[in-house]
Design a protein around this ligand. Structure first.
Ligand code: HSE
Length: 307
């Protein structure tokens, strides 16, 4: 029976200013999904490593995403699914999205690539709907497309890959506390003041322009968030100290990754990224909070098949 294994990168959603509309894919951190075609038409999750998640496909994001894909395919197939979780649930690094993106890309390969990337994002969003009630595409689109993406609209889906300077380096700091996206979404106000909306869309447009022009100063000025960060930062101990020290250590921009508690810093210099990593590590460890820190480039290709 045919088997397909993929690596689905973790992602940084929002990128500061682009709440639900911007995302980037990380290198080296991601889930591995393996599917094997079955002789019957059952969907079976046979193995999950790295996290304690439901084996029932109706309660697991991979089941929701795969069913959405199969519903638009004329040939009924069954698969065994193995999930190797490397992106911790509740980290802010797009854990549910990595698995949702991985399963739909793997299934598409198994079926001979009948679906477009946009279709795959649509299917993977059903995994996000299960995980966080409100479907959003910023993590799944970044994982599937790779690079930086702008989600201009989810209905209809309109995804725009954004060019970016190739020397950007991301430092991720993940204090070992869990924040559920559904909860972190509920905390936000339903409406935004006009002044704040003007600031936010100015910054989102500024970030896109900064990336495309390779203007680091503009990128840094634009990674600001007046919508989610003021509220969600309350859930992350020592957030403001972390941000200030990361900026002093050379971060061009710093903010919450997705709904947190992971934080990201962007630089254009590996030495500065190392310094930021050690500064952030020290703040949390010296306050008794275990933390994982990584340095990553931006994954240009998105979900990839592992041969
Ligand atoms: N855009 C989503 C949010 C990403 O901020 O709620 C969740 O990782």
């Amino acid at each position: 029976m045919r088997k397909v294994k993929v690596f689905a990168p973790a992602t940084v959603a929002n990128v500061g200013c682009g709440f639900d509309v911007m995302g980037l894919a990380l290198e080296g951190i991601g889930d591995e999904i393996t599917i094997t075609q079955r002789a019957d038409s059952k969907i079976v999750i046979s193995k999950i490593t790295g996290a304690d998640l439901p084996y029932d496909p109706n309660n697991n994001v991979v089941g929701a995403a795969l069913k959405a894909l199969l519903a638009e395919h004329d040939q009924a197939i069954g698969v065994d699914i193995e999930i190797d979780k490397k992106v911790m649930p509740g980290s802010g690094l797009g854990s549910s999205a990595s698995s949702s993106a991985g399963i739909v890309v793997a299934a598409n390969i198994l079926l001979g690539n009948p679906f477009s990337k946009n279709d795959l994002v649509r299917f993977a969003m059903e995994g996000e709907r299960l995980a966080s009630k409100k479907p959003h595409a910023d993590n799944v689109a970044a994982s599937i497309y790779g690079g930086f993406v702008l989600i201009r609209s989810i209905s209809p889906l309109d995804i725009i890959p954004i060019n970016y300077p190739d020397n950007l380096v991301i430092t991720i700091a993940h204090p070992q506390i869990e924040v559920k996206t559904a909860e972190a979404k509920k905390m936000l106000k339903e409406s935004v003041r006009l002044d704040d909306a003007i600031t936010q869309w100015g910054n989102t447009a500024g970030l896109v322009a900064g990336l495309m022009k390779g203007d680091y100063d503009l990128i840094g000025r634009s990674i600001m968030d007046v919508v989610a960060e003021p509220i969600r930062s309350l859930l992350i101990p020592f957030y403001h100290e972390a941000k200030q020290k990361a900026r002093e250590a050379g971060a061009i921009g710093f903010n919450i990754s997705g709904s947190g508690p992971a934080m990201f810093a962007i630089t254009n210099d590996l030495g500065k990224a190392e310094k930021i990593k050690s500064v952030l590590h020290h703040i949390y460890e010296s306050n008794g909070i275990p933390i994982n820190c990584y340095i990553s480039g931006i994954s240009s290709g998105g979900v990839s098949e592992k041969i």
